[in-house]
Design a protein around this ligand. Structure first.
Ligand code: SD4
Length: 333
């Protein structure tokens, strides 16, 4: 099923949707104070990118950006589209459960000031990304977990609901027959949504939301809600977000690494490639058995994406084009 999705997604590569807007040059200020074009490459702000094939989510984010909204609102609203999509089995409602049958969500959000909020092991609330935003904005903390996160969400007016759909329950029941617990999952078992946006003022925000690995141990938390691992935003430089086997991302503090590499002068593409190399080039890395992918954007609106294995993709909405772009990858044949 998932393989079919990937093939379907792959066949959509490069199919853009025209939704008018004009392109403008990428500008910067030279030392003498004059505006100069620093890249011939035509770029356009606002812009939004996301992991995987999520053109409805990027379309929603762009709607907000084109109406003059902030990157922060855009990434929250964009992620909410996938959280509400019951067919997506690794985000929000409809997410595959842990081995005990509980759907537990991890999410985070980060704004242009470096403020951030996250929730881990959140149950029964669809829009984990919005709860993360409330943690950021309405508490002095950056992370709430489990019952505390849920009670906080309920106090903030979020409605409790069952997140386990019939389809996910059926899949879990099938899994239980053999109940093989192997966290080194196949390379296709990832479709966490991570989204990065730059608004018309050039300010960057990002968000990430997931139900994590299917049939994970109860209580397991991945990279997605960990600031610096699943997501990092530095409004001076750029932002990055990860998908894939969270344990490997956490061990290399992946998203922070990508942003720091951009700070040192790498393009988003080069930075994503280097961060993947840090994983695969570890002695004894078992990378044949797991997938990790990064997407990144810099302050000029240049973007990049890279993964260990084939079939990772990024959705990018810039100018008038909302399209899925297949990612280059490390492990060639
Ligand atoms: C995790 N990074 O929990 C997430 C998994 C993922 O689509 O990307 N799922 O490790």
């Amino acid at each position: 099923m998932r393989r079919r999705n990937f093939l379907k997604n792959a066949s959509l590569t490069g199919v853009g949707l025209a939704v008018g807007n004009s392109l403008k040059g990428c500008q910067d200020i030279s030392p003498d104070g004059k505006k100069v074009v620093v890249s011939d490459k035509k770029t356009a702000l606002p812009l939004v990118i996301a992991t995987w094939h999520v053109i409805d989510a990027t379309a929603r984010a762009m709607e907000i950006l084109q109406a003059g909204g902030t990157a922060l609102d855009a990434v929250e609203q964009g992620c909410m589209v996938e959280e509400a999509n019951e067919k997506g089995q690794s985000v929000g409602k409809g997410g595959l459960p842990d081995r005990d049958g509980n759907v537990t969500l991890d999410a985070c959000i980060m704004d242009k000031h470096g403020n951030c909020g996250s929730v881990v092991y959140l149950k029964n609330i669809t829009h984990a990304v919005s709860v993360a935003r409330k943690v950021m904005e309405d508490t002095p903390h950056v992370m709430l977990a489990g019952e505390g996160a849920k009670n906080f969400a309920l106090k903030k007016g979020f409605q409790p609901e069952s997140l386990l759909t019939e389809a996910s329950k059926e899949a879990w029941e099938k899994w239980k027959v053999e109940a093989q617990y192997n966290p080194i999952i196949n390379i296709e078992n990832h479709d966490t949504i991570g989204m990065l946006a730059i608004d018309k003022n050039g300010d960057i925000s990002g968000a990430c939301t997931t139900s994590g690995l299917a049939y994970k141990m109860a209580g397991r938390v991945g990279d997605s809600p960990i600031i610096g691992s699943g997501l990092f935003v530095d409004n001076e430089i750029g932002a990055a977000v990860a998908t894939g086997l969270g344990e490997e991302v956490v061990k290399t503090v992946g998203s922070f690494l990508v942003v720091e590499l951009m700070r040192q002068g790498k393009t988003p593409q080069e930075a994503c490639e280097e961060a993947i190399k840090r994983i695969v080039q570890k002695p004894n890395s078992d990378f044949n058995n797991f997938q990790v992918g990064y997407i990144a954007v810099n302050k000029h609106g240049d973007t990049g994406s890279y993964s260990i294995h084939q079939w990772f993709s990024m959705t990018k909405y810039q100018g008038s084009v909302n399209q899925q772009i297949q990612s280059d990858y490390f492990k060639k044949a």
